[in-house]
Design a protein around this ligand. Structure first.
Ligand code: 6GU
Length: 252
């Protein structure tokens, strides 16, 4: 999969050549084309921004350099994402949808935004990574790229499952422990050491359910609609968690 990234800060993308994503680039699974928007400015001072018509805060990215940058990556025939705090919220569904594409274009906004004609003409899908404001779209785009990359077959080692089809999918992860069994007087829960896999599974499910209800009641509600996919012992655990209520739970 090829990511064409349009940005005023191309140097920031050196970060994607390290870690897991960097390995995927070396293996030829993903490819980056980082384009400096400024290179396409026809202005003698390489200007890329100007004041908004009608007044308002700050500066906008101008249409002219963006037109050149879009043209240079063949954006006409590709899915174009504009990273913006006013976009639709990114979630795993969008990520998995994007991972099906062979090539996408990502526009990283700056200043107070971009000339609307760019977004309209180039059919940009506006995407936000959360309800907070960043100084630019670059970090947000790297979050998106990382999440998309791990869904591409071969990027993750096979032992790190990208799609969780287990009963735990849609729940927050249960607490996990590794060696040693006792550390600074803190012990690993006994049930995990006794080798009873059914008991262990039900314990993990209970923990995941409690944590999800405390921290993400929205996800917990969605999970309730999957009740009939559960085995009888799993259903018993769910009913117990429901009946005990959410008093004094660590939503931390
Ligand atoms: Cl995509 N861009 C910016 N500038 N701020 C954000 C964002 C994106 N998502 C959340 N905040």
């Amino acid at each position: 999969m090829k990511f064409n990234i349009l940005t005023l800060f191309p140097d920031m993308f050196s970060a994607v050549n390290t870690s897991m994503v960097g390995r995927a680039v070396k293996n030829g699974l993903i490819d980056f084309n980082v384009v400096n928007i400024r290179d396409f400015s026809t202005d003698k001072h390489k200007k890329t921004d100007d004041m908004p018509f009608g007044g308002g805060q700050g500066m906008l990215l101008m249409a002219q350099p963006l037109w050149g940058a879009m043209d240079s990556v063949g954006a006409q025939n590709k899915r174009v994402i504009y990273m913006s705090p006013r976009g639709k919220l990114m979630d795993q569904n969008l990520i998995e949808d994007l991972a099906q594409e062979e090539e996408i274009v990502i526009l990283c906004g700056h200043y107070e935004g971009v000339d609307q004609r760019v977004l309209d003409y180039w059919n940009c899908e506006e995407v936000s990574i959360g309800d907070y404001v960043l100084t630019g779209g670059e970090l947000a785009s790297m979050v998106m790229i990382d999440a998309v990359a791990r869904m591409i077959p071969g990027v993750l080692a096979s032992r790190e499952a990208a799609v969780d089809e287990s009963v735990y999918s849609g729940l927050l992860e249960y607490p996990q422990y590794t060696q040693p069994r006792s550390f600074e007087g803190l012990d690993v829960p006994e049930v995990l050491l006794n080798g009873n896999h059914q008991l262990i599974h039900l314990w993990k499910l209970e923990q995941a359910l409690r944590l999800t209800r405390a921290r993400r009641p929205d996800l917990f509600q969605n999970f309730l609609s999957r009740r009939d996919e559960l085995t009888r012992p799993e259903r018993k655990v769910l009913d117990k968690v429901i009946s005990e209520g959410s008093e004094d739970e660590q939503g931390k």
